[in-house]
Write a protein that binds this ligand. Structure first.
Ligand code: SAH
Length: 354
């Protein structure tokens, strides 16, 4: 097993069979070695620094019905909200004062936010905070929409592919959603020039090791600037409420493998990981992650953006969230930094939006 880990660390690749063997058979002791090896790799590029992104969950309205997600359209128990433009700008203002230099606007697929409305918001944020990056995470839209948002200054786009296995994709989503379109959106975003993030849930219902190997292969080939992964966590008001949560251990295995496959990738230790285990995010950083995404949404709406049950950080003000994360990182020898935190490799490329 150690030879495999060393090989992965050296040539940033393994064949599918080797990846499968690693995922399925790694012992606790070898997992420690994998995590340390991946952490070293992250240290070589990013040192002891962890980037922060201010997450603004601006709407929980969604037209989709993903079987796993708590804000799915059919969930009648979801208490719906939309932040006003002013509220979004207030979040940015607070975030800026706290030192955040990336704002992530995330939401359900809410048609209330037309291209015009979103472009206006992005433009104002980029003009007011010209030293900040704007990341969008608002699902599938058409090429024209992605282009317009890029033209007004959006820099990055997070769109998890959710699974790289078509059959698995269809088990997680209703018929009107397609795997092909998800992947097409990712390609389109990349071609436009966004720094793109893909990703998936670990332990989502019906996921097999073969699915995970496909996910890793997809990530390696697609070469995203960012990869978001976290354990699947069940939500009581979804069709998947009876399925068990994904494992923290498997998430830590995969974070490390992803770090070794793409040494420069921006890899968050996600809120889902922190929800699944009290020190999940610290463990994620020690497994090779290098980003944390504290919440900047108004406390009044935090609980309503409920993708899964028992989400953490729903009661604290933004300043407290930053302080808490900063201390958590310090406790493991890392510090959060307030630079924009672009992907180093991407910055060397030609088509950046700065
Ligand atoms: N509407 C946007 C943002 C989705 S929310 C989009 O489609 O991209 C961001 C991510 O949360 C999703 O991509 C999904 O991977 C994750 N998520 C949703 N429900 C979850 C659950 N029950 N457990 C863990 N992660 C979940």
């Amino acid at each position: 097993m150690r030879e495999l880990i060393d090989k992965l660390s050296k040539n940033a690749n393994l064949c599918d069979y080797e990846l499968k063997h690693l995922i399925e058979n790694i012992s606790d002791e070898d997992l420690k070695y994998l995590n340390i090896t991946a952490r070293k790799k992250a240290d070589e590029t990013y040192g002891k620094q962890v980037f922060v992104r201010g997450l603004i969950e601006f709407t929980n309205h969604c037209k989709n019905n993903c079987y796993y997600c708590g804000i799915r359209a059919s969930n009648k128990n979801a208490d719906r909200y939309r932040l006003s433009e002013e509220q979004i700008f207030e979040c940015c203002e607070q975030g800026y004062e706290l030192g955040f230099r990336t704002f992530v606007l995330q939401g359900g697929e809410d048609m209330y936010f037309s291209d015009d409305t979103l472009c206006k918001i992005v433009k104002i944020i980029r003009e007011k905070y010209s030293d900040c990056a704007v990341t969008l995470s608002i699902g599938e839209r058409d090429e024209e929409s992605y282009k317009r948002l890029f033209e007004v200054g959006a820099n990055r786009y997070l769109l998890r592919h959710e699974t790289a296995d078509k059959d698995h994709y269809q088990k997680l989503h209703p018929k009107n959603m397609s795997f092909e379109n998800r992947i097409k959106c990712l390609e389109t975003l990349k071609n436009i020039g966004y720094q793109v993030g893909c990703g998936f849930m670990v332990g989502s219902p019906f996921q097999t090791t073969d699915c995970l190997v496909k996910d890793l292969r997809f990530i390696k080939d697609f070469e995203p600037a960012m990869v978001g992964i976290g354990p699947y966590l069940s939500h009581k008001d979804t069709p998947f409420c009876g399925y068990k949560n994904g494992s923290v251990r498997m998430t830590l295995i995969l974070l490390s493998i992803i770090r070794l496959l793409l040494p420069e990738v921006l890899l968050p230790a996600t809120t889902a990981l922190g929800t699944a285990k009290a020190d999940g995010r610290e463990k994620g950083i020690l497994a090779g992650a290098n980003v944390v995404m504290p919440n900047l949404s108004p406390v009044s709406v935090r609980k309503k953006y409920s993708l899964y049950d028992n989400k953490i950080c729903t009661g604290e003000e933004s300043a407290e969230c930053k302080f808490c994360l900063s201390n958590r990182m310090k406790s493991i020898g890392y510090e959060i930094v307030t630079s924009r935190g672009d992907n180093i490799k991407f910055l060397k490329g030609a088509n950046k939006n700065v």
